[in-house]
Design a protein around this ligand. Structure first.
Ligand code: PBG
Length: 336
């Protein structure tokens, strides 16, 4: 009989039975299309000054703000779990209108980069480059007299911050501000200072999202007034995401990022298809906290929801996944 691609209707003759390969875990494992690997995870960590500090973040169970000494313990856990890298966010001691702590060579991020690269040279250290944690108004750049974020004036501040991170030894710089032209500006600044070898991971398609809510508690970066809709993308737009990423590629981005991840899987797939570039996706604080909260209430199986959410992001086309689940997911992959 000639093999047929479709089953005969009527249930008499069924040469094709897709259930055959779903029968046992061994079969399912053998034909699985998407595999997760701890090496593709980047674990976001929040660092502040001081010693022996490990402050829980109320809206993100299992996530902490730590001092550098405590952060080194987490970096050690990341290495032991085989996680690819960490993504550092800083909480400065002081904030001002220009966010000047952002380029402090002895600020928490610079100190953390030096300490982690000294103790764990093989762990990738990525730094978030943005002004919102450092400005007293909480916006991602300098403000004009009328309260708008001044795009072009912000670029130089971002460059100073990126250079401070590169000088401390960051492996990758990750600008998350969404100013126009920042990738080209940062590339020139890095190259001009001898950091031609430092890649830029661009938050290329970053949406103005309610899912960042818990992060703003974690990073103490809630805007004092207004919102970020004049610089972050409108959630309704997909074609615009491709314009954003093409510009960033043209300006010299090495890795692109889509953020958030779970509600933007179509964007991840489209960017992968359009650019073929190394692609990261950020499973943001709200995505994490929703799963944690539902699991705490017994409303869903937290472990399975975690792994399903991550494999979906990889299936959509992400090479790297930035996730607060990194350590737990790495453990789940190991125990499988
Ligand atoms: C800073 C920044 C934000 C996030 C990463 N970098 C917050 C924002 O843009 O308001 C969100 C991360 C998360 O929610 O986990 N610009």
């Amino acid at each position: 009989m000639t093999p047929s691609l479709t089953s005969t209707t009527g249930g008499i003759d069924l040469p094709v039975r897709l259930r055959r390969l779903r029968r046992t875990e061994s079969l399912r494992r053998a034909v699985r299309e998407t595999r997760l690997d701890a090496a593709q995870f980047l674990w976001p960590l929040f660092v502040r000054s001081g010693h022996g500090i490990r402050m829980p973040i109320g809206s993100m169970p299992g996530v902490f703000q730590t001092s550098v000494d405590e952060l080194l313990l987490d970096a050690g856990r990341a290495v032991a779990a085989g996680i690819g890298g960490i993504l550092l966010f800083g909480i400065p001691d002081t904030k001002d209108a220009t966010g000047s702590s952002a380029w402090d060579p002895h600020g928490p991020v610079a100190e953390a980069v030096r300490a982690v690269k000294r103790d764990f040279p093989q762990l990738l250290v990525v730094t978030d480059v943005c002004m919102c944690e450092y400005t007293d108004h909480g916006h991602c750049g300098l403000l004009t007299a009328s309260g708008d974020v001044d795009n072009d004036a912000t670029l130089d501040l971002l460059a100073r911050e990126a250079l401070a991170h590169a000088e401390a030894g960051a492996d990758i710089i990750a600008p998350s501000d969404m100013m126009d032209g920042r990738i080209g500006h940062l590339r020139r600044a890095l190259d001009g200072a001898g950091f031609q070898h430092v890649p830029i991971m661009s938050y290329a398609a970053k949406y103005s999202s309610a899912f960042y809510g818990p992060f703003r508690e974690a990073a103490e970066s809630t805007p004092a007034f207004g919102d970020r809709r004049s610089y972050q993308m409108d959630p309704a737009n997909a074609r615009e995401a491709l314009r954003e990423v093409r510009l960033d590629v043209a300006e010299g981005a090495d890795i692109l990022m889509v953020k958030p991840a779970g509600a933007y899987l179509d964007i991840i797939a489209a960017v992968k298809q359009d650019t073929g570039m190394p692609l990261a996706a950020y499973q943001v604080s709200g995505e994490y906290s929703m799963i944690k909260a539902a699991a705490e209430r017994g409303w869903l199986d937290g472990n399975r929801a975690m792994m399903e959410s991550l494999v979906a992001i990889a299936r959509a086309g992400a090479d790297l996944i930035i996730t607060y689940f990194a350590l737990e997911a790495a453990a789940a992959l190991r125990d499988r």
